[in-house]
Design a protein. Sequence first.
Length: 447
Amino acid sequence: MTEPTAMAKARTPGDDAPSHRRAAPQRGGLVRRRRVLIGVIAGTVALTGVGAGAATVLKSPAQVAAETAPPPADVLTAPVEKKVLSASLVTRGKVAASQRIDVLSAGLSGGDTIRPVVTKVKVKPGDMVKPGSVLAEVAGRPVLALHGPLPAYRNLTAGGVGQDVVQLQQALAELGYRRGSDPSGTFGPGTQHAVKSFYEAAGYTAPTTAGTKMEVAGKPGADKPGEPPSSGSPSGVTAGTSTTVVLPASETVFVSDAPVRVESVDAVVGATAAEKLMTITAGALGVDGTLESYQKDSVRPGQKVDIFADRSGGRAVGTVASVGRAPAPSGKEAGAAEAAQRFQVKITPDRPLPAEFAGQDVRLTINAASSDGAVLVVPTAAVSSQADGRTTLMVVANGGKQNRVEIRTGMSGDGYVEVTPVSGTLSPGDRVVLGAGRAPAPSGGKP
């Protein structure tokens, strides 16, 4: 009994615990050590990444200076060419016909018309107009186009005589309406019949005016020649009224030359007719350009001109016809014209301009000068003047070697200058240095 008791007293308190309980504290310590190790590794990796990133951002002063330094100097060159050199002058102009007419509405209302209302507009801008065409209609009455250089300035009635009657008779004859036995320049019965037929063909009734006539033995007229007028109606004489055809000035528009175009239309159907119904132009299209005083001496008749229409993009070629002082403007623009005198250049197109050019603003490139045949030319930027008065070029030879060549310059134009070598050689295809002030010092040739 005593031996077991002694053995029991010799045991420690933890000897009776199971073996798995004694191993648990050991595993917990191992896990903690692993976590610490992993954290250390992760921190090291992070610091390494930060350091690498900082290395890409942070640069030494020497590295910054190297990266921001300008690129190595290079030489900009251009080839020597052989061609016909021309000096051009660019200015502005406007396409216009030889005749421009504003069709007015004054007097277009008849005796029983209260308001001159526009009842029809028969044309639109850009339309071509033939003689005999109806342009518009106001209060039911037409505005007719006829051929002739003299504007209508009076109403033509029976017995009218004058050059305007001659013009009317010729215009009607062109359309197939003859004056009959009327003398040239006399508005007689034959001319009245022609006017009446002309109106009817256009779809209108010719205007007429009422008058009084005396008929003796069936013959129209007054009393017998040489006798005073009768106070009454003698036997065999009957009194009556007659109507004669009238051509109102307000219903006709005469234009001198074909082709005739409608430039603009102001009339609106249903509106009261304004002072101007429309504007028409007649004759071949030409170009009027403007020149400053310092430009006029460079422009002469016969020089070629390139014409470019801004709105349509069309192109044409013309010739300078004349150069002179521009017409003095009136009104508000007069003061500006006095301060700076301008000149006008008239351009005649080599071929008739299309109708789309009418009224357009155009850019004019005038060939003001030209060399006699093909010459050696270089860009003006390649030419330099030396302190000793010589004019030179820097020519780049094979291998990049630069030689200075003395030259004599001729005419210039469009950024090029004619050159003739005084010393050394110069041929088409040689490369010359542009901007001599920036070029490196020459490595050979003339200093």
